[in-house]
Ligand binder design. Structure first.
Ligand SMILES: CC(=O)SCCNC(=O)CCNC(=O)[C@H](O)C(C)(C)COP(=O)(O)OP(=O)(O)OC[C@H]1O[C@@H](n2cnc3c(N)ncnc32)[C@H](O)[C@@H]1OP(=O)(O)O
Ligand SMILES: O=C([O-])CC(=O)C(=O)O
Length: 375
């Protein structure tokens, strides 16, 4: 087992309690409220998982039907939000669009100060994120003002429908469902911790989510799926990728989509999304992206014992479904919103402001020198 460097980055330290998720425990190591990720990805709908995270138990049939109906109802965009989205340029980063969308919604539909509507705030964000990103994308890239209310039963199908202008086939809807389940929750990762720190000041849901989006945007976290795609696309064959990755490792460059802050041997989400990426590769008769991805994976394991994390095979999977690379991380937001909001609720339920200490490494006490006397 690879050794983890403890200390810096709070690695290995327990920073609070959660009943939402385990990462790196026995078995596959990833459970949501005690349910194994492999079983959820195989059998559940993302909306059930969202309900499980946010409400503490799997819904029965009537509860799930009501929940889906509520999500379907929440897909519309207020006019003021449309206007804001229309003013964001086409070359903006879509994660910035998500951040602005969440924040603007907080101005228009501000959460009550006593948090009595926190579930409604979370469900509304879950319903509206695909609409926010697709409305902006279609307007800024294709000059189209799209209608964001569809009748699709799932968040994933709704997103693909708005993006491509038609309902997805069964395979694509299924892969989106699995993908959203895999990305939904992951304990005290950087973006979730951001949300919890914000929640601990008794701030509102939209502020917590807006901050979390900012943390997820970075390439060391959610942004890695886009960077992994950019890397895969620089190669035209598996042999070229093998050589190229050897060269990058020699130059001590970081390979995005590999490694993890907690897992030491494997990320259980990788095998699942990899299998779906393979099915999609077969559907589009791919002979490059998938073999290149596999070649990179084997060099990384053979040379560095570094494994692909959740992000790596998401890159090819999304690409095969015709999703533009820059929209990859916003999909992560559509899913992780459920984990973030569940953590916000959990933090609020047993709150103490999160405020650690720092070890001071600066100068000793100094005398203030008037500006005229400074060299
Ligand atoms: C859904 C997610 O957010 S999953 C994470 C997505 N992020 C990425 O894929 C970005 C690439 N990966 C990384 O940067 C890191 O592996 C992180 C940020 C995920 C974890 O960081 P850490 O916990 O600090 O990594 P860790 O302590 O295991 O690193 C050990 C060594 O492996 C190296 N290493 C880790 N990941 C990689 C990588 N992807 N490529 C090359 N080398 C790597 C580190 O540089 C470090 O080497 P050093 O000791 O010589 O400095
Ligand atoms: O747990 C982490 O540090 C990053 C991660 O995999 C996630 O947030 O899904």
């Amino acid at each position: 087992m690879a050794e983890k460097k403890m200390g810096a980055g709070l690695r290995g330290m327990v920073a609070g309690e959660t009943a939402l998720c385990t990462v790196g425990k026995e078995g596959t190591g990833l459970t949501y409220r005690g349910y194994d990720i492999e079983e959820l990805a195989e059998k559940a709908r993302f909306e059930e998982v969202a309900y499980l995270l946010l409400h503490g138990k799997l819904p029965n049939k009537a509860e799930l039907d009501d929940y889906i109906a509520k999500i379907k109802k929440g897909r519309g965009l207020p006019q003021a939000l449309r206007e804001v989205l229309e003013r964001i340029p086409a070359d903006a980063h879509p994660m910035d669009v998500m951040r602005t969308g969440a924040s603007m919604l907080g101005n228009l539909e501000t959460e009550a100060e006593d948090f009595s509507d926190q579930d409604d705030a979370a469900d509304r964000l879950l319903a509206v994120f695909p609409s926010i990103i697709c409305y902006w994308y279609q307007y800024s890239h294709n000059g189209k003002r799209i209608e964001t209310e569809t009748d699709d039963e799932s968040v994933g199908a709704h997103f693909l429908h708005l993006l491509h202008g038609k309902a997805p086939n069964e395979l694509h809807a299924r892969v989106m469902n699995v993908s959203l389940i895999l990305y939904a929750e992951h304990e005290f990762n950087a973006s979730t911790f951001t949300a919890r720190v914000c929640a601990s000041t008794l701030s509102d849901m939209h502020s917590c989510i807006t901050g979390a989006i900012g943390s997820l945007r970075g390439p060391l976290h959610g942004g890695a799926n886009e960077k992994a795609m950019a890397l895969i696309e620089t190669f035209s064959s598996a042999d070229e990728a093998t050589q190229g990755i050897h060269g990058m490792l020699e130059r001590k460059e970081k390979i995005m989509g590999f490694g993890h802050a907690v897992y030491t041997e494997r990320d259980p989400r990788n095998a699942i999304i990899k299998e779906w990426s393979k099915k999609l590769a077969e559907e589009v008769s791919d002979t490059t992206l998938y073999p290149i991805s596999e070649a990179i994976e084997s060099v990384m394991w053979n040379e560095k014992k570094l494994f692909a994390n959740a992000d790596f095979f998401h890159a090819s999977a999304y690409n095969f479904m015709g999703i533009p690379t820059k929209l990859f991380t916003p999909i992560f937001v559509m899913s992780r919103l459920t984990g973030w909001a569940a953590h916000v609720k959990e933090q609020r339920a047993k709150n103490r402001i999160i405020r650690p200490n720092a070890e001071y490494v600066g100068p000793e006490l100094q005398r203030y020198v008037p500006i005229e006397e400074r060299s």
